[in-house]
Design a protein around this ligand. Structure first.
Ligand SMILES: C[S@@+](CC[C@H](N)C(=O)[O-])C[C@H]1O[C@@H](n2cnc3c(N)ncnc32)[C@H](O)[C@@H]1O
Length: 239
């Protein structure tokens, strides 16, 4: 894996989110029947932030997790970092958006010193990065010892009785909505394809552990199509 492959990958992802930024929140609400905000609420709870703590949300997009964190605890200092400026433009203009510190940057090269934040969150980021383990290593570096890192993402369909339903949802419904609402079938074909190719919850946990996290636990939502993993940076950590 070369630096130019990494740069190409990130540019492609950035261009895609740039195209769909204006319809991003509407599409999420339609695809999940509004459940996505509940999962983000769980992500913020799992981060267990202290009053007045500093939170970093990586791949923050239009700020759903960052804004939810401020709704739950207005004393927090919330920083949102993303590689796509247009996603953050949308987020900045949302209610409460002025209370977030928005910052353009790459999840694989976070522009923050070591041990800066009490917790780090990400929603639907890691499936999109060039190197998942490196993204977690970066998050481990910037969270304080004892702090938590929480990751929410989609999971490949598991072999349960409703799997055919999940496959129709991924193969037909999402691209159709993407075509009708976002006018971007490519982005909403990428979403199910990258979900099917992504790590299972067990693999995601093991990548977090191999990146250096302890006590990694997870929760699943919506027939196992969504997973939230949380891990702790050990107190004595040589990063
Ligand atoms: C699916 S959106 C998720 C947005 C938001 N976190 C949410 O929960 O809705 C993924 C976001 O990750 C960002 N992203 C993808 N690769 C990135 C990278 N290497 N560094 C920083 N942000 C990245 C994209 O620009 C996009 O805004």
């Amino acid at each position: 894996m070369t630096l130019s492959q990494e740069t190409d990958h990130t540019s492609r992802v950035q261009a895609m989110f740039g195209r769909i930024s204006r319809r991003y929140n509407l599409m999420n609400a339609l695809m999940t029947l509004g459940r996505d905000q509940t999962w983000r609420r769980h992500v913020v709870s799992m981060a267990a932030l202290p009053r007045g703590g500093c939170l970093l949300d990586v791949g923050a997009g239009t700020g759903d997790i960052a804004l939810e964190a401020l709704r739950q605890e207005p004393t927090l200092e919330v920083t949102a970092v993303d590689v796509t400026p247009t996603m953050m433009h949308v987020g900045r203009r949302r209610r409460g958006g002025h209370g977030v510190r928005w910052c353009c940057g790459d999840a694989l090269h976070l522009p923050f010193p070591d041990a800066t934040f009490e917790a780090v969150t990400s929603g639907y980021l890691v499936r999109n990065v060039f190197d998942v383990r490196r993204a977690f290593r970066e998050q481990l570096r910037v969270v304080k010892p004892g702090g938590r890192v929480v990751c929410l993402d989609t999971s490949p369909p598991s072999p349960h009785v409703l799997r055919p339903l999940v496959l129709v949802y991924l193969k037909v419904l999402i691209p159709l909505l993407g075509y009708l609402v976002a006018r971007d079938i490519q982005a909403y074909t990428y979403l199910p394809d990258s979900t099917k190719a992504f790590l299972t919850p067990a693999r995601l946990i093991s990548v977090m552990e191999s990146a250096g996290f302890q006590n990694v636990r997870h929760r699943q939502f919506m027939l196992g199509t969504q997973v939230a993993c949380v891990g702790v940076r050990p107190e004595e950590q040589g990063t």
